[in-house]
Design a protein around this ligand. Structure first.
Ligand SMILES: Cc1cc2nc3c(=O)[nH]c(=O)nc-3n(C[C@H](O)[C@H](O)[C@H](O)COP(=O)(O)OP(=O)(O)OC[C@H]3O[C@@H](n4cnc5c(N)ncnc54)[C@H](O)[C@@H]3O)c2cc1C
Length: 307
């Protein structure tokens, strides 16, 4: 486990940004689980990002991009390769258009909350449904995040991706293959910016709607404990939470991993849960829901790393 000094030295020589070796993922994932990552890097611009991608290519190392770690489990064995945090890429630009719409271009690591706040300040409507989703812009586009009747795909105008050769490509909305909680991207490509089109609206109504959504979220979601939002995808005709609740599983625990008493599609970490506990609980849910309802739940959360 871990890298030898030569490989560490080479990465340090190649990449001028912040690097952490053997950092525990539990310090970053919103569920507070996950083992050590060989290397965690924080590129602060596209050149640094390209240099780290070139490094992974040269050494045939796996890599994974991360935003705010709010939809991600890193297994307890950690990640062999490079985890690329986009959290230092946060620039945001608003361009008002002659037709009354506006284009907001955000770097991938920009918190969705920042984008939504800026939209409200600029009296722009269309992104209110994102209020309270704790991801980054890149993560939200990759996951086609959605809530309260809206999905990111509805407001994306285009994105820029970088591939594993370091080439940047702009892709228009109509060429993007969005699906429920997913955007199909070519393997190993990373979203570096996303541009959203929003419409002119009334600031008072926009902020009132955002406040109402945040109030509903606080009512429904167990926000006082580490969690990763919905663990399972909702089948088309029935929320996953209802299937889990009707299967009598609310409150069930594996170690410190617990199916939330407040919302059955949330797993919370009551203290010292491991990624293994979470995944055992997920397996148990899938099996029990299938036995009780005949339905097969599929995870929404992404899982990386070694068991
Ligand atoms: C309390 C809570 C409430 C939530 N509510 C909602 C909700 O209402 N609706 C909803 O859809 N989700 C919800 N989520 C889940 C999560 O916030 C979203 O999926 C969010 O969009 C993930 O963004 P992130 O930056 O945290 O992604 P991460 O967790 O960092 O990554 C998620 C996946 O995206 C990939 N990824 C991240 N950034 C990039 C990039 N730049 N390029 C390519 N791939 C990338 C990662 O490799 C990983 O596979 C909630 C989570 C929590 C904790």
């Amino acid at each position: 486990m871990g890298w030898n000094q030569t490989l560490r030295g080479e990465l340090t020589d190649t990449f001028s940004g912040k690097i952490l070796f053997d950092e525990p993922a539990a310090a970053y994932t919103s569920l507070r689980v996950g083992g050590k990552m060989d290397a965690l890097v924080f590129p602060a611009n596209n050149e640094e990002l390209s240099s780290v991608i070139a490094f992974t290519h040269r050494h045939a190392l796996p890599f994974v991009p991360v935003g705010n770690w709010t939809n991600l489990i890193v297994r307890d064995g950690g990640f062999r390769g490079i985890v690329i945090s986009l959290s230092r890429l946060q620039k945001l630009l608003v361009r008002h258009q002659a037709d009354g719409t506006a284009l907001i271009t955000a770097e991938a690591g920009c918190p969705l909350a920042q984008l939504v706040k800026t939209a409200a300040e600029e009296s722009l409507t269309g992104s209110e449904f994102c209020a309270g989703i704790p991801g980054s812009v890149g993560g939200a586009i990759r996951m086609n995040a959605g809530a309260y009747g809206g999905e990111i795909k509805d407001i994306v105008e285009n994105i820029v991706i970088i591939n594993n050769n370091g080439e940047e490509t702009a892709v228009a909305q109509k060429e993007l293959h969005f699906a429920y909680r997913n955007l199909d991207l070519p393997a190993d490509s990373i979203i570096i910016t996303g541009t959203l089109r929003l419409h002119g609206g009334r600031k008072k109504e926009i902020t009132a709607q955002m406040a109402e959504i945040i109030r509903k979220r606080k009512d429904k979601h167990p926000l006082d404990l580490p969690n990763a939002g919905s663990i399972f995808r909702n089948p088309p005709d029935c929320p996953a939470g209802r299937l889990i609740e009707e299967s009598g599983l609310k409150g069930l625990r594996v170690g410190d991993a617990q199916i939330s008493e407040k919302h059955a599609n949330f797993i919370v970490n009551r203290g010292k849960a491991s990624a293994t506990d979470i995944m055992k609980l997920m397996d148990f849910i899938v099996q029990s829901v299938f036995e009780k309802t005949g339905r097969t739940l599929e995870p929404e959360i992404k899982v990386v790393g070694e068991s």
